[in-house]
Design a protein around this ligand. Sequence first.
Ligand SMILES: C[S@@+](CC[C@H](N)C(=O)[O-])C[C@H]1O[C@@H](n2cnc3c(N)ncnc32)[C@H](O)[C@@H]1O
Length: 236
Amino acid sequence: MCVLAHSSFFDLGERADSLNLVSKLLLNENPASMLPTALFVLEPVLITPWHDLAAWFQNDESTAFGTMHGVRFWEYLGRDSWQNDLFNKSLAGDTRLISSVLIDKAGESIFEGIDTLVDVGGGTGAMACAIVNRFPRINCTVLDLPHVVTGLSGGMNPWFVPGDMFEEIPPADGILHKSILHDWEDEESVKKLKRCKEAMAKSSHGGKTVSIIDTVAAVRMRREQRRQPHSSVLTR
Ligand SMILES: C[S@@+](CC[C@H](N)C(=O)[O-])C[C@H]1O[C@@H](n2cnc3c(N)ncnc32)[C@H](O)[C@@H]1O
């Protein structure tokens, strides 16, 4: 309770437990609830690698997670359906919050002229559903790993397609990546962006936009803002 209060999760007043904007985001009944996200990042499977960083520094494995668990994160989730479910719910919570900002503030300009869209690594489709609700003319496909999308049925729109984004991305006018690129090394990201280029070249309109919504390192963000004070890049 003390830590939470000092981290501005509660307003300190006469009653130390009064909720503020931050703690309200952890309420289940809040439509923008980030509770599943908070629960997932506190899962022991994610916390334990931080306790053994020394082992990671002494090998060639690219992540501390891989050092601790012997497999990369996505492979681990493919084997553990409980963690997979928790992770997908956590991302869906994050997406509910971000999609409302994205669609309200920038939706018209981002999706103008787009008839077909692929949400690459789109998880269980929270972003795709929000886009289709607001822009029903857009035919949206969610591409993700089989253990994420198999069995999901969004009816006609969005479609869920199991696959590997490093192998092939379905043809589309627009391609969206939310919270994807930060997971990969530069070489892997370039490989994936080449798949995007191929997919857009095959679309009937010849492809229009690749949208990237992701975490930007603070130092890069500040530099970017100095150069482009009115940058259309959405950062968080
Ligand atoms: C950080 S999550 C982002 C999910 C979603 N875009 C969102 O923001 O809610 C990354 C997603 O990429 C998917 N993914 C990882 N490797 C993939 C691959 N090779 N091909 C397709 N999807 C992949 C994961 O299953 C996961 O759903």
